[in-house]
Design a protein around this ligand. Structure first.
Ligand code: SF4
Length: 173
Protein backbone atom coordinates (compact mmCIF):
# COMPACT_ATOMS: atom_id res chain seq x y z
CA UNK A 1 0.00 0.00 0.00
CA UNK A 2 1.62 3.25 -1.08
CA UNK A 3 -0.79 5.84 0.33
CA UNK A 4 -0.31 7.92 3.50
CA UNK A 5 -0.41 5.29 6.22
CA UNK A 6 -2.28 7.38 8.81
CA UNK A 7 -5.22 7.90 6.43
CA UNK A 8 -5.25 4.24 5.48
CA UNK A 9 -4.93 3.30 9.15
CA UNK A 10 -7.97 5.47 9.91
CA UNK A 11 -9.93 3.66 7.19
CA UNK A 12 -8.81 0.23 8.42
CA UNK A 13 -9.72 1.25 11.99
CA UNK A 14 -13.23 2.15 10.80
CA UNK A 15 -13.54 -1.27 9.14
CA UNK A 16 -12.42 -2.90 12.38
CA UNK A 17 -14.87 -0.85 14.40
CA UNK A 18 -17.73 -2.12 12.23
CA UNK A 19 -16.52 -5.71 12.53
CA UNK A 20 -16.49 -5.30 16.32
CA UNK A 21 -20.00 -3.87 16.18
CA UNK A 22 -21.15 -6.82 14.04
CA UNK A 23 -19.61 -9.31 16.49
CA UNK A 24 -21.37 -7.60 19.38
CA UNK A 25 -24.76 -7.75 17.63
CA UNK A 26 -24.18 -11.41 16.68
CA UNK A 27 -23.24 -12.28 20.26
CA UNK A 28 -26.39 -10.61 21.58
CA UNK A 29 -28.92 -11.50 18.84
CA UNK A 30 -27.25 -14.26 16.80
CA UNK A 31 -30.30 -16.54 16.90
CA UNK A 32 -32.47 -13.80 15.44
CA UNK A 33 -30.12 -13.04 12.55
CA UNK A 34 -30.77 -15.00 9.36
CA UNK A 35 -27.72 -13.64 7.43
CA UNK A 36 -25.73 -16.63 6.20
CA UNK A 37 -22.97 -17.36 3.69
CA UNK A 38 -24.69 -17.56 0.32
CA UNK A 39 -27.40 -15.00 1.11
CA UNK A 40 -26.70 -12.04 -1.13
CA UNK A 41 -29.96 -10.12 -0.94
CA UNK A 42 -28.13 -6.96 0.18
CA UNK A 43 -25.45 -7.14 -2.52
CA UNK A 44 -26.59 -4.35 -4.78
CA UNK A 45 -23.68 -1.95 -4.27
CA UNK A 46 -22.70 -0.02 -7.41
CA UNK A 47 -20.39 2.80 -6.33
CA UNK A 48 -17.96 3.58 -3.52
CA UNK A 49 -15.93 6.52 -2.22
CA UNK A 50 -12.48 6.86 -3.83
CA UNK A 51 -10.69 5.56 -0.70
CA UNK A 52 -12.86 2.44 -0.84
CA UNK A 53 -12.26 2.16 -4.58
CA UNK A 54 -8.55 2.18 -3.82
CA UNK A 55 -9.00 -0.59 -1.23
CA UNK A 56 -11.22 -2.68 -3.53
CA UNK A 57 -8.59 -2.33 -6.25
CA UNK A 58 -5.92 -3.40 -3.76
CA UNK A 59 -8.04 -6.47 -2.87
CA UNK A 60 -8.66 -7.37 -6.52
CA UNK A 61 -4.93 -7.08 -7.17
CA UNK A 62 -4.35 -9.89 -4.69
CA UNK A 63 -6.79 -12.34 -6.27
CA UNK A 64 -5.59 -15.36 -8.18
CA UNK A 65 -5.99 -15.62 -11.95
CA UNK A 66 -8.60 -18.31 -11.38
CA UNK A 67 -10.68 -15.96 -9.22
CA UNK A 68 -10.37 -13.17 -11.79
CA UNK A 69 -11.42 -15.54 -14.57
CA UNK A 70 -14.49 -16.52 -12.51
CA UNK A 71 -15.22 -12.82 -12.06
CA UNK A 72 -14.96 -12.20 -15.82
CA UNK A 73 -17.35 -15.10 -16.50
CA UNK A 74 -19.78 -13.94 -13.83
CA UNK A 75 -19.89 -10.36 -15.15
CA UNK A 76 -21.26 -11.63 -18.46
CA UNK A 77 -24.26 -13.26 -16.80
CA UNK A 78 -24.77 -10.89 -13.85
CA UNK A 79 -28.35 -9.90 -13.13
CA UNK A 80 -29.18 -6.23 -13.37
CA UNK A 81 -28.76 -4.46 -10.03
CA UNK A 82 -26.45 -7.13 -8.65
CA UNK A 83 -23.02 -6.13 -7.29
CA UNK A 84 -20.28 -6.93 -9.81
CA UNK A 85 -18.17 -8.53 -7.06
CA UNK A 86 -20.72 -11.21 -6.36
CA UNK A 87 -19.53 -14.54 -7.75
CA UNK A 88 -21.62 -17.68 -7.17
CA UNK A 89 -23.57 -15.75 -4.52
CA UNK A 90 -20.44 -14.92 -2.54
CA UNK A 91 -18.43 -11.73 -2.25
CA UNK A 92 -15.12 -12.11 -4.02
CA UNK A 93 -13.41 -9.66 -1.67
CA UNK A 94 -15.36 -10.46 1.50
CA UNK A 95 -12.54 -9.66 3.96
CA UNK A 96 -11.88 -6.36 2.19
CA UNK A 97 -15.50 -5.50 1.45
CA UNK A 98 -16.56 -1.84 1.76
CA UNK A 99 -18.00 -0.19 4.87
CA UNK A 100 -21.67 -0.39 3.88
CA UNK A 101 -21.36 -4.13 3.20
CA UNK A 102 -20.29 -4.64 6.83
CA UNK A 103 -23.63 -3.26 7.99
CA UNK A 104 -25.80 -5.60 5.90
CA UNK A 105 -28.64 -7.07 7.95
CA UNK A 106 -27.73 -5.19 11.15
CA UNK A 107 -29.91 -2.61 12.92
CA UNK A 108 -29.18 0.85 11.53
CA UNK A 109 -30.55 4.29 12.24
CA UNK A 110 -31.31 5.90 8.90
CA UNK A 111 -32.96 9.32 8.86
CA UNK A 112 -33.99 8.88 12.50
CA UNK A 113 -35.62 5.46 12.00
CA UNK A 114 -34.37 1.97 12.87
CA UNK A 115 -34.02 -0.24 9.82
CA UNK A 116 -32.82 -3.82 9.24
CA UNK A 117 -33.37 -6.72 6.85
CA UNK A 118 -36.89 -8.08 7.31
CA UNK A 119 -35.47 -11.63 7.51
CA UNK A 120 -33.81 -10.66 10.79
CA UNK A 121 -34.93 -9.90 14.35
CA UNK A 122 -38.20 -11.76 13.98
CA UNK A 123 -39.79 -11.99 17.45
CA UNK A 124 -37.40 -9.40 18.95
CA UNK A 125 -39.54 -6.69 20.50
CA UNK A 126 -36.78 -4.22 21.35
CA UNK A 127 -33.11 -3.75 20.58
CA UNK A 128 -30.50 -2.42 22.97
CA UNK A 129 -28.93 0.89 21.96
CA UNK A 130 -25.43 -0.63 21.78
CA UNK A 131 -26.66 -2.85 18.95
CA UNK A 132 -27.91 -0.07 16.68
CA UNK A 133 -25.53 1.70 14.32
CA UNK A 134 -25.99 5.33 13.33
CA UNK A 135 -25.31 4.97 9.61
CA UNK A 136 -25.17 8.71 8.93
CA UNK A 137 -22.46 9.19 11.57
CA UNK A 138 -20.47 6.29 10.12
CA UNK A 139 -20.81 7.75 6.63
CA UNK A 140 -19.64 11.15 7.92
CA UNK A 141 -16.51 9.57 9.41
CA UNK A 142 -15.89 7.74 6.14
CA UNK A 143 -16.43 10.94 4.14
CA UNK A 144 -13.87 12.77 6.32
CA UNK A 145 -11.29 10.01 5.83
CA UNK A 146 -12.05 10.02 2.11
CA UNK A 147 -11.45 13.78 1.95
CA UNK A 148 -8.05 13.36 3.60
CA UNK A 149 -7.28 10.62 1.10
CA UNK A 150 -8.20 12.86 -1.83
CA UNK A 151 -6.18 15.79 -0.48
CA UNK A 152 -3.14 13.56 -0.13
CA UNK A 153 -3.66 12.33 -3.67
CA UNK A 154 -4.23 15.95 -4.76
CA UNK A 155 -7.21 14.69 -6.71
CA UNK A 156 -9.33 17.68 -7.67
CA UNK A 157 -11.56 15.69 -9.99
CA UNK A 158 -12.84 13.16 -7.49
CA UNK A 159 -13.62 15.42 -4.52
CA UNK A 160 -17.34 14.81 -4.56
CA UNK A 161 -17.51 11.84 -6.86
CA UNK A 162 -17.97 8.16 -6.29
CA UNK A 163 -16.36 5.40 -8.27
CA UNK A 164 -18.29 2.62 -10.02
CA UNK A 165 -17.25 -0.87 -8.89
CA UNK A 166 -17.59 -1.98 -12.51
CA UNK A 167 -14.94 0.60 -13.49
CA UNK A 168 -12.52 -0.93 -10.95
CA UNK A 169 -13.30 -4.50 -11.97
CA UNK A 170 -12.75 -3.64 -15.64
CA UNK A 171 -9.08 -2.96 -14.88
CA UNK A 172 -8.65 -6.65 -13.99
CA UNK A 173 -10.73 -8.59 -16.49
S1 SF4 B 1 -18.74 -5.76 -2.29
FE1 SF4 B 1 -19.20 -7.84 -1.66
S2 SF4 B 1 -20.47 -7.66 0.20
FE2 SF4 B 1 -20.48 -5.67 -0.86
S3 SF4 B 1 -22.31 -5.68 -2.15
FE3 SF4 B 1 -20.58 -6.41 -3.40
S4 SF4 B 1 -20.60 -8.65 -3.23
FE4 SF4 B 1 -21.87 -7.82 -1.57
Amino acid sequence: MQQNSSTIDAYLALLKQLDTFQKRVLARYGKAIACRRGCSSCCILETVFPIEAWYVEHALGKLSNTALQALARQIKKARSGECVLLVRNQCLIYKQRPIICRTHGLPLIIEGKIDFCDKNFKGVSSLDGQSILDLEKTTMVLAAINLRFLKEKKSATQTSGRVALREIVDKFI
